[in-house]
Design a protein. Structure first.
Length: 512
């Protein structure tokens, strides 16, 4: 006969194929109205003018890496791909859009366009990097090739679904790297930006390197290990700290990690030891203690000595209290015998960076039967200029499979020398070992690759971070033909608009 736990595990196993999708698990569908209004007004303009079926290429990338890290850990890719393939407008969506008015009080969208949206399904192609991949500024994490009306409609949702997870995954990777072999766990739900923020951040934190989360909903949705101890309120609810510890031990004898700083850390450790002796007398062990305030290095050394002297040499010391990668590294450097780090606010809100500078830019467009016409955004801020073309990132590797250099190039270019340079030219053997980071994910609106497990994505992210974290001068090059075509287009655009600063921040056209 199956036990209740057996049945639960069977249900989890049967639901593995849905564990990856934040979209379906939280909403049951991809919410089509998760967009900015101007995406819909632009789509209507294309529909109205008959320009929406021109094939276009958009790239999703970030302009600068967060936390002065040099690179970011790509995350949210699978959720974004789920969104694209599941996207549809239901009757309620259409009914709401029918109520929107223009500035004269008339209907913003006519019935014909709403009928189009009602039947909308993405029909294009998407290439994406694998979750957990280290990506550098201006390298595409995702490339969309589709009728421009369809591709344009995706912009806001794709940025929403990838910017924040990439930020959190990168922050988590930095913390896990600082902690080394120690355990890092996401404790940030209560400080997260709402339900969606807490769930998506827990998933991203796990991919980035956290061993688990306190977020039970994320644990259920994604099969992430869940962790928890107890709060100060449990201690305060009893007449004494020792009474609280004993009560908790009676209820959960094999899950005892006591929070010891409610009144006095030294006194808390003494009471934890007393409760530990009672646990041991009944065949159980004190799993750990948690420090949540004060000088964690000094207090953990004191606690370790007390525990060892009392015979609890296997009891682990956990710490929380506004931790980030810098605090973890400082405590380890000070010799703190802490082996479990509960990270909350600074992980879940990705402090000190408020957002990833991710963008989604048009790079090429064409009419049926014609060649690509390249597009490039110019700006008074040089960092906001975009590259034209159909981009791919080729990551060259050594004999051991370790990355040695990245090359951004244009797949649609008529020629390439596999050469690149800034100040000097580096030439690559086209037969050299390499991988192309953008891999087919969607074709004709359908998924063409299986989703990796979160554990696989986490292993990939850890390997990537460990490799690139120690290579601050890693070569990131641009193919010389892409550089030349970009320079030519830039000059042509300026000649067309007379280099008038008031007109520079525009998207213009050019036949390459």
């Amino acid at each position: 006969m199956l036990t209740r736990r057996d049945c639960a595990l069977e249900q989890i196993a049967g639901a593995q194929h849905t564990l990856m999708s934040t979209i379906t698990n939280l909403y049951g569908r991809a919410p089509a109205l998760l967009t900015d209004l101007y995406q819909l007004t632009m789509a209507y303009a294309h529909w109205h003018n008959g320009t929406g079926q021109r094939e276009a290429v958009f790239h999703l990338f970030f302009r600068s890496a967060p936390f002065d890290n040099g690179f970011a850990i790509a995350c949210g890719m699978e959720t974004a791909l789920d969104y694209i393939t599941e996207l549809s407008f239901d009757r309620d969506d259409i009914a709401y859009l029918a109520t929107l008015e223009d500035r004269s009080g008339g209907r913003l969208f006519p019935d014909g366009f709403l009928d189009y949206l009602h039947d909308f399904k993405f029909s294009g192609a998407v290439d994406a990097v694998a979750e957990g991949t280290a990506v550098f500024p201006h390298q595409p994490m995702l490339r969309v090739r589709a009728p421009i009306l369809e591709a344009q409609l995706l912009e806001t949702a794709l940025l929403n679904l990838t910017n924040f997870p990439t930020l959190v995954a990168t922050k988590a990777a930095r913390m896990a790297h600082a902690a080394g072999s120690d355990t890092v766990v996401d404790f940030g739900l209560r400080k997260a930006q709402g339900i969606d923020g807490g769930v998506s951040a827990a998933r991203a934190a796990y991919i980035g390197g956290c061993a688990g989360t306190s977020n039970v909903l994320a644990g259920r949705l994604f099969n992430i290990p869940v962790f928890g101890t107890h709060a100060h309120s449990l201690v305060m609810a009893f007449e004494s700290e020792l009474d609280a510890f004993k009560a908790y031990a009676d209820a959960l004898p094999d899950n005892c990690v006591f929070l010891v700083d409610t009144y006095s850390t030294r006194g808390g450790v003494e009471n934890a030891i007393a409760a530990g002796h009672k646990l041991r007398a009944h065949g159980h062990e004190l799993a750990g203690i948690r420090l949540d305030s004060g000088d964690l290095a000094d207090l953990s050394k004191m606690a370790r000595q007390m525990l060892d002297d009392a015979g609890f040499t296997e009891t682990r010391i956990a710490a929380s209290s506004s931790l980030d990668e810098h605090a973890i590294a400082d405590n380890k450097a000070a010799g703190a015998p802490i082996v479990f780090w509960g990270v909350g606010t600074k992980l879940i809100t990705a402090q000190p960076d408020a957002a990833l500078d991710g963008v989604y830019k048009l790079a090429a467009i064409k009419n049926p039967g014609e060649g690509w016409s390249y597009r490039m955004k110019l700006s008074d801020s040089p960092g906001k200029n975009s590259w034209p073309g159909l981009h791919q990132v080729r990551r060259f590797t050594d004999a051991q499979g370790r990355p040695t250099a990245d090359l951004l190039f244009d797949e649609a270019a008529s020629q390439t020398a596999w050469a690149a340079g800034h100040n000097n030219v580096v030439t690559f053997d086209p037969k050299a070992s390499h991988e192309d980071l953008l891999q087919p994910a969607i074709r004709a609106g359908k998924r063409v690759r299986n989703s990796p497990s979160l554990a696989d994505s986490q292993r990939h992210a850890r390997s990537q971070f460990q490799h690139f974290a120690v290579l601050p001068d890693y070569p990131r090059l641009v193919d010389r033909y892409l550089e030349q075509s970009t320079r030519d287009l830039h000059e042509w655009l300026l000649s067309q608009i007379g280099a008038n600063p008031e007109n520079v921040d525009k998207t213009e056209t050019h036949e390459p």
